[in-house]
Design a protein around this ligand. Sequence first.
Ligand code: F6P
Ligand code: MG
Length: 478
Amino acid sequence: HDPKTPQYRTDDPTSFGYISARERWPVIITQGIDDVYRSTGAAKDPELEREGKWVISELARLKHELQHDRELSPLVDDGEPDVAAYNEELEALGNPKWHAVPWLYAECYLYRRISTIFKQTQKWKSYDLFARQKMSTFRSSRPAVVELAARYKSIVNDLESKHTIKGAGTQQELEEAEKVLFQEMSEICLWGNATDLSLLTNLSYEDLQKLQGSDARKASEKNILVNDLAKAFSILSAAQKSGQKERRVDIVLDNAGFELFVDLILAGYLLAAGLATTVVLHPKSIPWFVSDVLPQDFASLLSALADPQTFYSTVSEDDKRAGKTPTPLSDTEVGDLKLLLEHWAGFHAEGQLMLRPNLFWTAAGSYWRLPKTEPSLFEDLKESELVIFKGDLNYRKLTSDAAWPAATPFTEAIGPLGPGSGIRILALRTCKADVVVGLPEGEDERIKATEGGGGDSGSRKWAWSGKWAVVQLCDGKA
Ligand code: F6P
Ligand code: MG
């Protein structure tokens, strides 16, 4: 149940996987070591300190193996049920080395391997070595967060007043307004993905803030190469009109912090507009691709919003270095942020907004395997009106990270999740890897020919930076 088209690999110099294995991953491990080092230094408990030192030495060993192109060693049994599948696949791949292995498997293995280290301890079992980075980046996205909170308030007010004057405006006008808002909220949610931390190894905080404002979003619309949002809206709107009582939307989450914030903006909008009656969020179960959402990140976000003044008065590492002190939020800003929290907490308390973790999301294989390896999750997703897959890694897994020609239809590249699967899939993805499908004939070549696009180097460089995006739908219920 994997495609015949070969996957991208770390020994292909034209693939971003090549650079990832040699340059990006060692940096990510080093940042992890620095984090554990800080927490170990602050430990008052000698056992915590002893184990912390062991964790650091294991992380250093992993980095050494990676940089010296050793074989990927079988995962030690840390008591979790997914170890066997990781090791079986490793064996099937012929015990490959770091610099000559399918990119997707190796990158998933990297994070799973890191988590075995923590799981073998007593005191660090649920420690997230990326939590500090996630929170401090969220803090630095304050301008966009504040702007969006104000926007959310006005949308919710509008929605409420529009519904009360429903008889006055025409039905068509109301629908048109809802469609425009749906597209706006979804695009906010899409571009929120441009800024994940695994790529931050080469983005400055200034770049990050530029990527997040509303002007940036408008300017970026031309960078959405395929945009199926109108079709997605029609599906949700038709279900709403049909009078169907239960209408669920799922979001397979990607990154914590700012991206989770915008995912919740979209979720809140869908619920407030009645385009969904429940939203199910799918987080990861172990620290994953640096910034992916863990259940505790959801809790941290809500508690930051519960007391935003305190949250934003904590000086970030970056500001400390620059000698900056944060300006307090205005009363209106605090009010807007608290309103958001009340909305989301209310939906959560009512069971309309829930988290549903599953180990499938941190397996090494592509989503082509979903029906066979996780049939209960597959059945569960069929219950949903629309399953939104956020971000780059989810897209790589949907398409099996295979080297498809760029004009391959999206519906074909997702294999068993395609037509007839019973699942409706919407991918919201900013491109940060090699694989791209569903483009009009000639489009890939056109962008390759632009500055920095890769030219005839054989690399699809334009698709590595998060500048371009695709929004693709496959209606597996049709
Ligand atoms: O391309 C860099 C990279 O880390 C990929 O390895 C990975 O697929 C992706 O970015 C993670 O991005 P996202 O958070 O959007 O899934
Ligand atoms: Mg991610």
